[in-house]
Ligand binder design. Sequence first.
Ligand code: FES
Ligand SMILES: [Fe+2]
Length: 389
Amino acid sequence: MQHTTQVELIKRVFELFDRKSTSMGDNIYRNPISDYTCMDQARLEQQQFFRETPLVMCLSSRMPNPGDYVTDELSGVPVLVTRNAEGKVRAFLNVCRHRGAPVAQGCGSGKKMFVCPYHAWTYDLEGRLRSRGPADAFPDVSADNGSLVPLPATEKHGIIWVKTSPGPDIDADDLLQGLGPELASYKLETSSHYQTSNLHKPMNWKLVIDTFLETWHIGTLHRNTVASIFQPNINVFDAFGLNGRFILPRRSILELRDKPESEWDLLKHSAIIYLIFPNTLIVWQGDHVETWRSFPEDLSPDKCIAEAALYSPEPPTTEKARKYWDKNMELLLATVEHEDFPVCIDMQRGFRSNAQSFITFGRNEPGLTHYHHGMRSRLGLKEAPAIPG
Ligand code: FES
Ligand SMILES: [Fe+2]
């Protein structure tokens, strides 16, 4: 992030601190309960977001070298992502053209060929069919009509996107809607993938994102974990198209008041959450990056899979370094899995109780309003009328 932007954001933090306020939207926002419970909306989301919208797959450093690959079916669609001999990212439906088995499992490195475990049809890193068993058994099958089905994929600023249905190329700048230069400054491609965990939870997939889009709850829900680290109640939110950026100042940020602006360092004194629409968060944590991706599970509005990943600035080479990153991963899960998600699961039950037909986002929760407003307009859904703030 450019230093001038950091200074500008720090000034906004100080100004909010002095006013005992936070970023405010114009109005409160009434979000229909059906957003979290409606099967029709879940089907619409599946099509619009999880098939038709390019999704962040991972950071580039999860698969840095030629021959690295990652498989993923969290969207409900089996996908294989490879890095070819020239270092370019490719993506395919992970579906063998013989009878449909997945040709790769998990993730790995040093691959030149993917051999289907069923009858050994073989594909290269470009998805091209290289071997199909006895030629006389499949006389009309060739690489031209029997290669893996390619998917649009792109890589920029250390982030890899894939769309899970075939189509035209992806334009990353178009997706980032102005966030590109800032994300580029983190040099995410130089990070090192440390660990990924998948959490299966009985709650709507959007609640995973929601829980990061306001920090008002830090002083209450997280009073025993991260409340000692962050300034509760102050956050600075800015929209970038459907995306957003959210500054969570650390308590230590107030030390900067006594220092010249040239020494102000926002990255050291805050966590910065980037919402990459529709289902991804990239979180700058001061000395490392975490990502969250959320998906509906089994097409259900009541079940989700949340994927949490931690990327360290460099590969840990000592036991001490490994312990440090293990501790960070533990803190991440202790707060989100053991504090946020239990409340979200209870909320999901509350949604099903018919207590109310909408929930209310306050003016002090502009990230939530922005996210849900953007989502509903993308889905072509009506909104509840605004209430003047
Ligand atoms: S299903 Fe892949 S080789 Fe038969
Ligand atoms: Fe939280």
